[in-house]
Design a protein around this ligand. Structure first.
Ligand code: PAF
Length: 304
């Protein structure tokens, strides 16, 4: 849809706007609701939830959202509830001014940037846990992670009540968890069917874009390209009739030889249910890998 901008003159009064940022930015719930009312009157609203440190992958989501909706709202919130005690919450990159400039250039209508005290005020006590699909893969390697994701995304959906929401397919399991949550809770804004996945954006050497790539040293960055390469080799072997168990073992060995320090998992799963795939299974399958290079954990997935 063509983008129509709502300038500050048309904004309802009493908005809390971070005036120094290029994109209209709200940090409190009441101003958010007033700003959204103005946008909604103008056409469908798409939400792109993020944790900031925006890269081309996020901007691809924004562009896909702009194709589908009159207005794009981006949220930036580094959600403490989806980080484990020994994970990278404190070092997760935070660059609101730079992110805001990128979003301005993409024609984003509104940036929702709540603080932790707005998202989880004193006394906050509710969590959402999506069974089944949250277990295994990243759910096994990062206990509680998907409860944190489902909880914050449910809150973002309620806060923004978008007509649709867009997420990257790099986090395939996350997308499945969010769709499951929307379906199970009968959400309507957005409905599960209006939660769209957008294809992973990759560097020239195949590495999937991720905010965590910024943690890699130049040497680790060069080694990281082994992840998509080893996955492609495994997929080619499987398509050529190689056994699944031996192919997964070789994939892990290739990653360790290529400079990865450990592999959390390398598994073939049903693309939709994420159930483990048997040798004889004929549903569409996907290869899922999570591996660590130094202290940085990278994930990727590709179709068989
Ligand atoms: O994918 C992310 O950036 C986060 O997990 C999300 C969906 C914004 C929830 O915090």
């Amino acid at each position: 849809m063509p983008h129509r901008s709502i300038g500050p003159a048309q904004w309802p009064s009493a908005l809390t706007i971070r005036g120094e940022l290029p994109v209209q930015t709200v940090t409190l719930l009441d101003p958010l609701r007033r700003a959204l009312a103005a946008l909604r009157a103008d056409g469908p609203v798409a939400l792109v939830p993020t944790m900031g440190a925006l890269h081309e992958g996020h901007l691809t989501l924004v562009r896909a959202a702009r194709q589908r909706a009159a207005h794009v709202v981006v949220s930036i919130f580094v959600n403490p509830r989806q980080f484990g005690p020994n994970e990278d919450l404190s070092r997760y990159p935070r660059q609101l001014a730079q992110d805001s400039a990128l979003l301005e250039a993409e024609g984003v209508s509104l940036l929702w940037a709540p603080g932790v005290e707005v998202m989880y005020p004193a006394g906050y006590a509710t969590a959402i846990s999506v069974g089944g699909i949250s277990e295994g893969l990243c759910g096994a390697a990062r206990p509680g992670h998907f409860d944190g994701v489902a909880t914050v995304v449910a809150k973002l959906f309620n806060q923004v009540q978008p007509d649709m929401a867009l997420f990257g397919e790099k986090d395939w399991q996350q997308l499945a968890v969010i769709r499951g949550m929307a379906r199970d809770l009968d959400l309507t804004a957005p409905a599960a069917a209006a939660i769209h996945g957008v294809a992973t954006v990759r560097e020239a050497d195949g590495l999937a874009l991720s905010s965590r790539n910024a943690f890699l040293t130049p040497q680790q960055r060069a080694q990281a390209a082994c992840l998509p390469r080893a996955m492609d080799a495994a997929l080619a072997a499987l398509r050529g009739g190689a056994g699944r168990a031996s192919t997964m073992q070789k994939l892990v060995a290739d990653l360790l030889d290529g400079g990865f320090s450990s592999v959390d998992y390398a598994e073939l799963r049903d693309a939709e249910s994420l159930a483990p795939v048997q040798e004889s299974g004929d549903n569409p399958a996907r290869l899922f890998v999570a591996a660590r290079i130094g202290t940085t954990r990278l994930i990727d997935n590709k179709p068989l």
